[in-house]
Every structure is written in C-alpha cells, then in structure tokens.
Write a protein that binds this ligand. Structure first.
Ligand SMILES: Nc1ncnc2c1ncn2[C@@H]1O[C@H](COP(=O)(O)OP(=O)(O)OP(=O)(O)O)[C@@H](O)[C@H]1O
Length: 327
C-alpha cells in the first residue's frame, strides 16, 4: 500500500494490519426459503485490508455482510477469522448501516456508550474519546434529533469504534448523505481505518467511493464474486486524477455489462415530474406498475441532469420495498 499524505503515512508507518482480523470465507451458501442468494462464495481478506463490494441491487451484498456479522445463519460453507470459528470473535466485528439507528430517547454519548462494560466514569471517558475521533466531542449531551444526517453517521461510527472492532462492516453507510458530506465522511473513515488498522468491508453503490477508499474492489453477481481488482493508487486519492478516473470507468463498465444486469428490482419508466429540493429532490417516474417517487440527491441531478420525458431505469434496494394496497 502506497501512502502519499504525510499525516497518513506517519500513522501508516505504525500500522501493520495486526489490529485487523484475517477473513476466510469458503463455499458460502445462503438460501432464503427456496431461493438461493449466495452460491458458494469464496473470499480471503488479509488482516487490515480495505475491501469494497459493488454489485447490482439484490445480488447478495448485504446478505454477505450479515453472515460475516453473525446476524444470519449460514446455509452452507464456512467463515473463519484469524483461522478460528467466527463465533469466538463477538464484539470484534461491528456493522454500520445506511441509517445511524440511534436511540432517540438517549443522548449522543449514551448512544455511543451503549452496552459498554465498566464504571460510569470509565465508560464516559471512552465514549468522549470515540466522539472526539469523529469530530463530535462538543455534541456529547445533545439528542440525536438535533444532529444532521452526516453527524448521526459520525455517532454511529463512534458507537462502532468504541468496541475497538477488528473487522468493520460498512453497509452503504454514506448512501443517504449529500455529496460533500459524503466525501468528508469518506476521508474520516479512511483516517480512522489507518489509525485503528482494522479490516474493513464496505458495500457501496458508488463506484467512485469504492475507488477512493478500497485496497481492492469486488463485484458480486448473482451471489458470486466475478471481479476482483486491486486499487493500486496512492492515498489520499483525488477523484479527478487520471488513473482514478480510468479505474472508476473500468469498474462501471463491468457493472453495466448486460451479463451483470439483474432483472429484479428494476422498472423502466419515464420521468414525469422533478421537484428540486435543497439536498434531496423528488423525481416522479411513470412505470408500468404505476408512478414511482424517487428521492435523488440534488447534487447528483446537477452532475447527471434529467429531463422531463426522459426514459429511465428505476433500480431500488431489494430489502427496502414497501407494499401497500392501492386504496
Ligand atoms: N430476510 C430475507 N428473507 C428473504 N429474502 C431475503 C432476505 N434478505 C434478503 N433477501 C433476498 O436476498 C437477495 C439479496 O439481498 P441483499 O439485501 O443481500 O442484496 P443487496 O445486494 O445488498 O441489494 P441492495 O443493493 O438492494 O441492498 C434479494 O433478492 C433479497 O430480496
């Protein structure tokens, strides 16, 4: 790994991956009822590596993370950490989601300290330290509802860090943030990963985010890894840089190939209305199944303008579908 930033290089000099868990996955199979989601997935991640996983909606990314976190049973195959059974590592594996999942009736610091053993003073000191690491030391006694989306995610990160995870699983943690906050959070995650030297596994739909953060990018298609590419670029990485853009475009092309197209969780339609908001805009799409309302970051709309009447493909998260009767 090459580190150009002197601040990161300094920390990098003392990190040797010993803080991270070595992950070994062999022949992982997962069925939900009759439906097979993971098809004998094999993956080795050396301790301390930062791996990004991309793939079409519904290809099994979150399922893989849940298996690693021990939140779901395996239907077949094995997962080992440092050559031992996954179960022995408990709190050393933490997961962070797109939503911060904070308890609204507890203050920021109480959320961070949740479940931490020790005396009140010890726990408070540890939680304060974790909050300082994510730049929120001065918000400790506030309610989560007073924080912005980005700040809530910082709290969620502090809550994970306080347990000194050796494997941090990141399930699209920045997916709901605006573009600038997202880049700030990417830098924070990268910096903290350097300091703590944990192994990181990031699921993202944003290929640029994968290129910015990962040592290695994996593509999952239909429950298997079909693309595994090292990211050999100095850190911190600049989005506009030629090699960055070339890799981003290669991964995107791979992702867009017909083979990779997943017929599920997609609806073709036509844009009928665009309501521009400050951070999020609403795009209404007429599809054969009815009108679909999509919340799109306004920054994305300025980068990739959409016009009324444009033909689009609406792709949605497989585990966030809400069905309601038409009346
Ligand atoms: N608890 C569950 N019960 C039944 N099916 C499930 C369950 N969880 C996930 N699935 C199905 O497994 C498949 C993979 O889901 P998963 O959430 O892993 O996809 P993903 O790649 O993370 O998608 P997305 O990018 O939309 O989050 C989907 O078809 C989904 O509907």
């Amino acid at each position: 790994m090459q580190i150009d930033n002197p601040e990161l290089a300094q920390v990098g000099a003392v990190r040797d991956g010993s803080g991270g868990l070595d992950v070994e996955i062999r022949g992982l199979v997962k069925y939900f009822g009759e439906r097979q989601v993971l098809h004998g997935l094999d993956l080795s991640i050396p301790a301390g590596e930062f791996v990004a996983i991309v793939g079409r909606s519904g290809c099994g990314k979150s399922t893989l993370l849940r298996q690693l976190a021990g939140l779901d049973s395996l239907s077949g195959g094995a997962i080992g950490f440092d050559g031992k059974a996954r179960e022995t590592f408990g709190d050393q594996v933490r997961i962070m989601y797109q939503e911060a999942r904070l308890l609204p009736w507890r203050t920021v610091i109480q959320n961070v300290a949740l479940g931490l053993p020790g005396s009140r003073a010890q726990v408070r000191a540890q939680a304060e330290e974790a909050l300082a690491q994510v730049g929120l030391a001065d918000r400790a006694d506030e309610w989560p509802s007073r924080l912005s989306g980005g700040q809530r995610q910082r709290v969620a990160l502090a809550r994970a860090l306080i347990h000194r995870p050796r494997l941090l699983l990141l399930d699209e943690p920045l997916g709901a943030l605006d573009a600038l906050t997202r880049i700030e959070m990417q830098r924070l995650i990268e910096q903290i990963w350097h300091q703590h030297a944990f192994t990181a596994l990031l699921v993202t739909h944003d290929v640029a985010e994968a290129v910015a953060l990962a040592d290695r990018i994996l593509l999952i298609e239909e429950g298997r890894i079909t693309f595994d590419e090292p990211v050999d670029l100095p850190r911190p990485r600049e989005h506009g840089e030629a090699r960055f853009a070339a890799l981003e475009s290669r991964v995107l092309k791979r992702l867009m190939t017909v083979d990779a197209l997943n017929p599920r969780n997609q609806l073709r339609g036509r844009v009928t209305e665009i309501v521009i908001g400050k951070v999020l805009s609403e795009v209404l799409v007429m599809t054969p199944a009815g009108v679909l309302s999509a919340a799109v970051p306004t920054s994305t709309l300025s980068e990739f303008p959409l016009e009324l009447g444009a033909d689009v493909l609406a792709v949605f998260k497989s585990n966030q579908v809400v069905l309601a009767t038409s009346d």
